[in-house]
Design a protein around this ligand. Sequence first.
Ligand code: CP
Length: 325
Amino acid sequence: MKSDLKGKHCITLQDWTKEEIETVLDTAVELKRQRALGIPHHILQDKTMFMLFFEESTRTRNAFEAGIHELGGHAHYLTPSATQIDHGEGPKDTVEVLARYGHGIGIRNCTLGVGNRYMREMAKYARIPVINMQDDIYHPTQALADLLTIKEKFANDLRGRKFVISWTYAPRYVRPLSMPQSLVLLMSRFGMDVTLAHPPEFRLMPDILEQARANAAEAGVKFEIVHDMADACKDADIVYAKSWGAMMHTPDEKEALALIDKYPNWVLDKKKMDLAKPSSIYMHCMPIDRGIEATNEVIDGPHSVIYDEAENRLHAQKALMAVTM
Ligand code: CP
């Protein structure tokens, strides 16, 4: 494996080999250790990270901003209205100029049919690494932190673990597909049997499912799709339960919202969590709709690792910046 990952874009982890992903995770563990010991690690002294957000964020933004600071660098928070993007400046001109000032750029753009295309257009012209801070298809920095968390919780013993990603009820707004899609793609590559659970209308993008099946076949693990949340939870090692939208069923947002209301029982409660293994963990990328996607008993219960998972955003994103910038 090429050890030098400088300049490598991270739009999807599908473009990264397993060994490259392991390098990032090993770096995250090392940086986490140094931070715990108070050892300065100014690997990116005087480097600048641009963060262009088309949508708001708590974890992604603050993990990058705190992270680059701890690495000795600096972050610029950008939005379309704080730049000339809202006046029509396109990805080529934006990134050609920003690359003259700084050393990496993260982008969040979750608009369906737009976000990933925008990011790839940026990457075409960028002479600095482009990091996907979530788009309409992928959320690689969250998936990296999730994998790091699972490795920590199961002492790196992942082969044959049952990883469940389940849709949940959450009626307030339609959420992107990027999280479940990144998880079904990644977890099988690291030896886990993946179960995807959702009501029929909430399927993922067909080409993502095809890639997920291919990843599972190559890794020699199972990939199954079920339409019953309780069934999915049975004997699970990891229950990752979060909502996403029915955009593969309908382009109409009102219809997509109404569909969510057909399935108010898709809530992760103690009864369903008790179907998983006693040693199982409950995960959610956050923000979470408390009492709606999962009960507080589960969210604050003994299986929950959601805050460790959120903390690992910091370590994983620092590692990603450290190796690419
Ligand atoms: N999980 C996640 O991406 O959180 P934010 O939207 O707060 O960044």
